[in-house]
Design a protein around this ligand. Structure first.
Ligand code: MEV
Length: 313
């Protein structure tokens, strides 16, 4: 039996602008994961079962019209392998369609377990490229940030089509992740932003430029340990995402409630229009912030620590 897993992710700064080549900052959430288990099942060919996403299906690599079958097909083709007699069971703790990278994490866990079972050496770069192909299938025109932060399981400063840059976290810091419980498809929100961009290229470009500048400043603060300074940057990044039309009433309510309860900053995280938001609180007000988030409609709150990858659990 072989096992593997991959983490969820949060985008700290720069979502949407990332699709257009502006910098973004993201980190893995290692405590919440997609998990895969592979069992040898002679005579079955390759079967993939996804049991806990309110659906259950079996996918062979010939069924490349679903993301998991597609990943298996791409991977086998890339490494010149025939489908093995294997049953892979997948489950995920990551809420789906909520900005935490559930699709990329499921693909990554599947890729890792299949490679382990086939005993094939590979680089993370290879795995990242394969998962990115599947991300395009899910999301249309993704930047590649989700697969990169998840495959490498490192906090990153991301610029599309550039080599990965790992963030030097000078001082670990905590974030609260508030789930609105509202599902939203990344592809739809990315499409909405593209339409905005097409109808007002110079106006939207100014927003992207400011977001890219915020990501660059955030990197400096993270790498110098002045994490409290991230708060105002989060608030401004959220305002800019509102202007792009990627927030929602509940996301705005949660952000306002968190800041009203004393948080240093808060913003939506990921594609938006539902899904998750993140909050920079401090020890003194964290409980008040959590209460305020729940009152504002958050259905779940996850605590996470942004820390150097060497310390990741
Ligand atoms: C989704 O997690 C982040 C977006 O910027 C899309 C992307 O970069 O591919 C909204």
């Amino acid at each position: 039996m072989f096992q593997s897993s991959a983490p969820a992710k949060v985008i700290l700064f720069g979502e949407h602008a990332a699709v257009y080549g502006y910098p973004a900052v993201a980190a893995p959430v290692s405590s919440v994961r997609a998990l895969a288990e592979a069992h040898s099942t002679p005579g079955t060919g390759l079967q993939i079962e996804l049991t806990d996403l309110q659906m259950m299906f079996r996918a062979g690599p010939h069924e490349a019209d679903n993301p998991l079958g597609k990943l298996a097909a791409l991977l086998l083709q890339h490494f010149g392998q025939k489908p093995p007699d294997l049953t892979i069971r997948m489950r995920s703790e990551i809420p789906i369609a909520s900005g935490m990278g559930s699709g990329a994490a499921i693909s990554t866990a599947l890729g890792k377990v299949l490679l382990a079972a086939l005993d094939i050496p590979y680089t993370l770069e290879e795995l990242n490229e394969l998962v990115f192909e599947v991300e395009k299938f899910y999301h249309g025109t993704p930047s590649g940030i989700d697969n990169t932060v998840i495959v490498y399981e490192q906090p990153i400063f991301f610029v599309k089509d550039h080599p990965i840059e790992k963030l030097n976290i000078a001082r670990p810091f905590r974030l609260l992740i508030g789930d609105t419980g509202d599902k939203s498809l990344t592809k739809d929100v990315v499409d909405h932003v593209r339409k905005q961009y097409e109808s007002d290229p110079s106006g939207i470009k100014m927003i992207f430029e400011e977001i890219g500048g915020i990501s660059a400043q955030a990197r400096q603060h993270i790498e110098s340990g002045s994490t409290d300074s991230l708060g105002p940057l989060m608030i401004r990044n959220h305002e800019l995402l509102q202007k792009l039309g990627t927030s929602s009433k509940k996301l705005d309510r949660c952000v306002e409630a968190a800041v009203g309860a004393g948080a240093l900053g808060a913003k939506l995280s990921g594609a938006g229009r539902g899904g998750n938001m993140i909050v920079l609180a401090n020890e003194a007000n964290e409980d008040d912030v959590k209460t305020a988030l729940l009152r504002a409609g958050a259905v779940k709150i996850i605590d996470t620590e942004i820390k150097p990858s060497a310390l990741l659990d």
